[in-house]
Ligand binder design. Structure first.
Ligand SMILES: Cc1ncc(COP(=O)(O)O)c(C=O)c1O
Length: 389
């Protein structure tokens, strides 16, 4: 039997690294896993407590609402108001999703169909490519950057026929950690309006930024709601990865279309999770700062350590990743070979850049998901591998 929708998907590149990591661990090696961006910081205890309390109330064991509880949508709107000064109507401009990833996938179902074109980042977090592809659309890739080159490339891509219907972007960007400012989004919104393109901004790292940098929401641009939606999630900033709580906010027509689709697909996230998420959104601002401080500390240990090892790497302003250009003597063999070398000889797992697209092959990505002590141990292991520097 053919499974046509998924047969077109390539094998998951990160699977090879994972397999090797498991084999090494089975053989007794202590592998430091900076590969998968799976947050290790415990969720806010106050939020966990609310979950426990709500879970013991049988009223919360029934079906919930697929769009999300009204109070949950209001809490998102309130947080957007506090954090970005953006007014959102919780009734029409906010919908709950099962994390950003599911939100993106089903959003693309309502935005594109076979024959349509979506512009996606290169390199890219995989769902930015496969959400449009699974919805039947063609993709065109635009190299990620925060400067003029991005708009030049967009101009060229959007001049081709058929002209794209949707553009997916995401800043702070995984894996490159590229960050942008509000004027960048002003220009992008203007571009989308001129070209009749709908913007989908994955804002997964809205709350993970350092050194005074505050990532802008695309909805801060006046009139952005006419041409854009944004995905917001509790996964990273609130360290609630397993809870699967995300949102699509912005353009009311797109939110309504997604709401219609979701009413056929799900009955809403388990209600205690929604109730606890209200607490996270309303009372979690300090906790988000604590999470940031932890990632920042890890970033210092990793980047300073790599630089001391002779591996020149820049500090990211946002995300929980470090995107490191492979040092010259090792770059020719490509990111997969270098990743396997790090795993075998340094006992450190990273993500090969090629897993995010062909242009990623000169980089590896470190996820800051082990503590400072373990990251320092990783740096010492890596020094052994860099003997040709
Ligand atoms: C850019 C980006 N979008 C979405 C996600 C997943 O978010 P969620 O857990 O809300 O599905 C990630 C997680 O790594 C990500 O990096």
């Amino acid at each position: 039997m053919d499974f046509r929708r998924v047969d077109q998907l390539p094998p998951y590149v990160f699977g090879t690294v994972n397999q090797r990591k498991l084999e090494a661990r089975r053989a007794g090696d202590d592998v430091i896993d900076l590969g998968f961006g799976n947050p290790d910081i415990p969720s806010n205890p106050v939020v966990v407590q609310k979950l426990v309390e709500a879970a013991s109330n049988p009223r919360n064991h029934r079906y919930s609402v697929s769009r999300g509880l009204p109070n949950l949508r209001r809490a998102v709107a309130d947080r957007y108001q506090r954090r970005f000064g953006i007014g959102l109507d919780p009734e029409t401009e906010v919908i709950a999703t099962i994390g950003a990833k599911e939100g993106l996938s089903h959003l693309l179902w309502v935005l594109v169909e076979p024959g349509d074109v979506a512009v996606v980042p290169e390199p890219s977090y995989p769902i930015h490519i496969y959400a449009p592809r699974m919805a039947g659309a063609e993709i065109r890739r635009v190299p990620v950057s925060s400067d003029e080159g991005y708009f030049d490339a967009l101009d060229a891509i959007c001049g081709e026929q058929p002209s794209p219907r949707v553009l997916i972007c995401s800043f702070p960007h995984n894996p490159t950690t590229t960050c942008v400012d509000l004027p960048f989004f002003e220009r992008l919104v203007g571009f989308a309006r001129d070209r009749g393109i709908f913007l989908v901004h994955d804002f997964a790292y809205a709350d993970v930024a350092f050194d005074g940098y505050r990532p802008p929401s695309i909805l801060e641009v006046a009139g952005a709601k006419e041409v854009a939606v944004e995905l917001y999630t509790l996964t990273k900033g609130h360290s609630m990865a397993g809870w699967r709580m995300g949102f699509v906010v912005g353009n009311p027509e797109a939110v309504a279309a997604l709401g219609k689709l979701k009413s056929y697909l799900d009955y809403g996230t388990f209600q205690p999770i929604q109730i606890a998420s209200i607490i996270a959104l309303n009372e979690g601002d300090d906790y988000v700062e604590e999470v940031n401080a932890i990632y920042r500390g890890r970033r210092e240990v990793l980047v300073d350590g790599l630089n001391r090892n002779g591996w020149k790497v820049e500090k990211p302003m946002g995300t929980m990743f470090v995107w490191a250009a492979i040092p010259d003597p090792y770059a020719d063999a490509g990111s997969m070979a270098f990743t396997l070398d790090l795993l075998d000889r340094a006992k450190v797992a990273v993500s090969p850049g090629v897993g995010f697209g062909p242009s990623g092959d000169l980089h590896v990505r470190f996820a800051l998901v082990e503590n400072e002590h373990r990251i320092a141990q990783a740096v010492r292991g890596i020094r052994r591998v860099l003997d040709r520097l």
